[in-house]
Design a protein around this ligand. Structure first.
Ligand SMILES: [Zn+2]
Length: 179
């Protein structure tokens, strides 16, 4: 589990720390388990639920768009198997930008994943999403489709592709992870 808060961009890190503090003040302990995810790790997650045809198509689309590094990320990780967990190809999750964090609810020394169970009237994930929103963060638990309760991100744009062009994303990822 890679959850180093120092991997986050400073503006987001400050708010993320405030968020955890506000949760604690309401008796909810949320523990970060994911902050930065490399484009290679994202490529594994993206590939794991997709057919080889879909993967080839995406690699071609990235190459055609001038995103050779992202295409390389997707190809180089090899075959993966698992559930559908993300819509974001490499570079397209804010986790690659240090602008997202995932936390679990920690109750009586154990990880609690239930988003409906209440303790003293409160569910940790609901409090977390509510406080995140109040701090101006974007809470995955409040998304209309494919809800992601552990996830909060810095920007309201659902993914970097809404703000940056493909070449820009490719350049940014290559600069940070291509060395
Ligand atoms: Zn996340």
């Amino acid at each position: 589990m890679a959850a180093n808060m120092t991997d986050l961009v400073p503006g987001f890190r400050r708010k993320a720390e405030q968020l955890l503090k506000r949760c604690r003040q309401r008796g909810i302990e949320m523990r970060p388990y994911f902050t930065l995810r490399t484009p290679f790790a994202q490529a594994k997650l993206w590939r794991q639920s997709r057919s080889i045809e879909e993967i080839r198509e995406k690699v071609g689309e990235l190459r055609d768009g001038g995103a050779d590094f992202l295409a390389y990320c997707l190809e180089s990780v090899g075959p993966q198997h698992g559930d559908h967990v993300t819509n974001a190809p490499p570079g397209f999750s804010w986790h690659q930008w240090g602008e997202a964090m995932d936390c679990f609810w920690f109750v009586d020394g154990k990880t609690e994943w239930s988003t409906t169970k209440r303790i003293d009237g409160l569910n940790g994930y609901r409090v977390y999403a509510e406080e995140a929103t109040d701090l101006g963060l974007n809470a995955g638990g409040l998304w209309s489709s494919l809800k992601d309760w552990p996830h909060v991100q810095f920007r309201s744009a659902s993914n970097p592709g809404n703000i940056f062009g493909l070449r820009e994303i490719d350049a940014k990822m290559k600069e940070r992870f291509g060395g």
